[in-house]
Design a protein around this ligand. Structure first.
Ligand code: CU
Length: 227
């Protein structure tokens, strides 16, 4: 009987220890199981100004790709076909590109604009979300003022700083000064296309030299492939 009691107590201790260890083990080795996130493919572009181009032209604006925490060249951008894409464009440029012109004036007249470039096209719903004054350098409204944004299908005259345009795909995303723009994209076809800022923000008499005609600055290649 005595041995049986000791064995029973020992058994209780072993069971309790195992249980305690098990609980501790579970606590310290708990792996959080979250369902696989199947959100949209994300592309973030950043427009910066005052980028040195060369001695004669000086500084020019640049479209960068923000990837893994660093700014990388936008000369070649690969995007997935048949997949939702969330494109975010953060522009630190606080001025409009006036040579874009006034779309209210008839074509051929002095300073006539290209009206279609003020419209959002080729995005899902032909809209974009504009969050104004997100530029840390902006002095408007005291600097950063993320107001939640507004979903728009076009921008006001002279209200365009840059565009992100792929003419062959009918894509036009106008960017107001000092703003962040979010647009949803979906491409059903694969192919290689040219992207171009259509707001002449470069050098030269019409603003089409320098950055506007240099890959990785205000133009480049977009390759849409099945990923
Ligand atoms: Cu531009």
């Amino acid at each position: 009987m005595e041995i049986g009691r000791k064995l029973f107590i020992l058994l209780v201790i072993v069971v309790l220890s195992a249980a305690t260890f098990g609980i501790t083990y579970n606590f310290t080795h708990a792996v959080q199981k979250t369902p696989a996130i199947s959100g949209p493919y994300k592309l973030t572009l950043v427009v910066t100004t005052n980028n040195y181009y060369n001695d004669s032209i000086g500084n020019q604006p640049v479209y960068y790709v923000l990837q893994n925490g660093s700014l990388q060249s936008s000369a070649y951008i690969q995007l997935p076909a048949e997949q939702k894409i969330q494109l975010t464009i953060i522009s630190y440029d606080d001025g409009p590109a006036y040579p874009l012109g006034d779309p209210g004036l008839p074509a051929g007249s002095n300073n006539s604009g290209v009206a279609s470039l003020y419209n959002v096209s080729g995005t899902v719903g032909n809209v974009e979300k504009v969050i104004n004054n997100t530029n840390v350098n902006s002095t408007a409204n005291g600097g950063i003022n993320i107001a939640g944004g507004a979903v728009v299908s076009n921008l006001a005259h002279y209200g365009v700083s840059h565009t992100f345009t792929v003419s062959q795909l009918g894509l036009n995303i106008p960017i107001p000064p000092s703003s962040t723009v979010v647009a949803n994209l979906y491409f059903s076809q694969q192919g290689t296309y040219r992207w171009q800022c259509e707001a002449p923000c470069g050098s030269g008499p019409n603003g089409w030299n320098g950055a506007m005609s240099t890959a990785g600055w205000m133009m480049g290649t977009i390759n849409i492939v099945l990923l």
